[in-house]
Every structure is written in structure tokens, then in C-alpha cells.
Design a protein around this ligand. Structure first.
Ligand code: B12
Length: 137
């Protein structure tokens, strides 16, 4: 199972990105890590190029809030990405907010799994569960 990962926008927090890379590999995924400072289009380009099944985005400084709004529009330009499982985690707003509201907002942007301030292993368990539900693992 191929996974694209990276940190969206002008976000340089790299530690979680390294942990995500290592943890995904330890769980047997094939990882394409785009690193920090990655723009949304670059994630979709990489998904097309690699044929990845999962896109796992991090945002630590919270700026994903701004990028999130563009997900549906951008994704609709890539006809081959209809089945791409979209996941996002980290600190998903600047400042604070109610987790239920934040999760609902990002689901509306088009993400299948939203992990606002959820630890990595819990998030990876959620991914495994959804892949199993969809008969992909
Ligand atoms: C180290 C650090 C920095 C370093 C980064 C060094 C580097 N190259 O990585 C420096 C000093 C450069 C920095 C800069 C800034 N930072 Co900073 N930084 C931190 C700090 C102290 C630790 C981050 C870290 O590495 N944690 C360790 C990792 C392992 O934990 P984590 O990042 O939380 O990730 C865990 C989970 O979130 C989860 N996770 C992450 N991504 C994903 C994705 C998925 C799919 C899943 C399931 C889980 C998941 O997994 C990880 C392990 O469980 C945090 C505060 C904190 N205590 O968290 C602030 C923090 C992230 N920074 C913050 C801010 C605001 C900034 C600056 C904007 C400050 C400024 N005014 O300049 C700049 C941003 C610059 C930029 N362009 O992005 C804020 C963000 C606030 C927000 N979202 O509202 C924080 C939360 C501090 C705060 N409380 O205000 N920062």
C-alpha cells in the first residue's frame, strides 16, 4: 500500500513528519515523503505519479485551515484520484477550537480521516481500520 505524506504549506515543523515516515514504514507501507513546505498541488501530483492509495497530510502551525478549502476543487482536476483516501492530522487550526467542529469542517473539505491533536499511533490505527472496512487491507 502506497502512502504520500508531507507537511502542507509554509510549515517547517519536521519532527512529526520524520516520525510518520518511520512509523508508516514499520507498519509495512511504501512511503513517499514530500517533507515540509509542501503545497497541495504537489501532494496530488505525487499521488498521480506514484499511484498511491493514501494521502496523509500534516499541519502543525495550523495553516491547513486555509489550504483545506481548496482540496475539493484541486482534487476534481485530477480524474484519477476519486478513490484516494485522504487523511490529515496535527494542529489543524491556529489557536484553539472544539474538536467536533474542527473534524466536521475538515470532513466537509473532503478528508476521510481527521486527527486534530490525536497521537500518531491512534491515527495510524484509524487508517488501518478504514482500509480494512473498505476491503483494501
Ligand atoms: C519545535 C517547535 C518549533 C520549531 C520547529 C523546528 C523544526 N524544524 O521542526 C521552530 C522553533 C522553528 C518553530 C517555529 C514556529 N512555530 Co512551532 N513549535 C514547536 C513545538 C515546541 C514542538 C513541535 C514538535 O516538534 N513536537 C514533537 C512532535 C513529535 O509532536 P507534534 O508535532 O505535536 O506531532 C504529533 C501529533 O501532532 C501527531 N501528528 C502530527 N501530524 C500528524 C498527521 C497525522 C495524519 C496524524 C494521525 C498525526 C499527526 O503525531 C505526532 C506524534 O504523536 C510546538 C509546541 C508543542 N509543544 O507541540 C510549537 C508549535 C507547533 N509551533 C507553533 C507556532 C505558532 C510556530 C511559529 C508560527 C512561531 C512564529 N511565530 O514564528 C513558527 C512556524 C514557522 C513555520 N513556517 O511553520 C504553534 C502552532 C500553534 C497553532 N497551530 O495554533 C505550536 C503548537 C506552539 C504553540 N503552542 O503556540 N516551532
Amino acid at each position: 500500500m502506497k502512502v504520500i505524506t508531507g507537511v502542507v504549506g509554509n510549515d517547517i515543523h519536521v519532527v512529526a513528519n520524520r516520525l510518520i515516515d518511520l512509523s508508516l514504514r514499520a507498519r509495512g507501507y511504501e512511503v513517499f515523503n514530500l517533507g515540509v513546505n509542501t503545497h497541495l498541488e504537489e501532494f496530488f501530483d505525487a499521488a498521480v505519479e506514484t499511484g498511491a492509495e493514501v494521502l496523509m497530510i500534516s499541519s502543525l502551525n495550523g495553516e491547513a485551515e486555509g489550504w483545506g478549502r481548496e482540496v475539493k476543487l484541486l482534487k476534481s482536476r485530477y480524474r484519477t484520484l476519486d478513490d484516494l483516501l485522504m487523511m490529515i492530522g496535527g494542529n489543524l487550526v491556529v489557536g484553539s477550537g472544539r474538536t467536533e467542529d474542527i473534524v466536521a469542517r475538515y470532513k466537509n473539505y473532503g478528508f476521510d480521516i481527521v486527527c486534530h491533536q490525536v497521537d500518531l499511533n491512534t491515527g495510524l490505527d484509524m487508517l488501518a481500520e478504514l482500509l480494512q472496512e473498505r476491503g483494501l487491507q
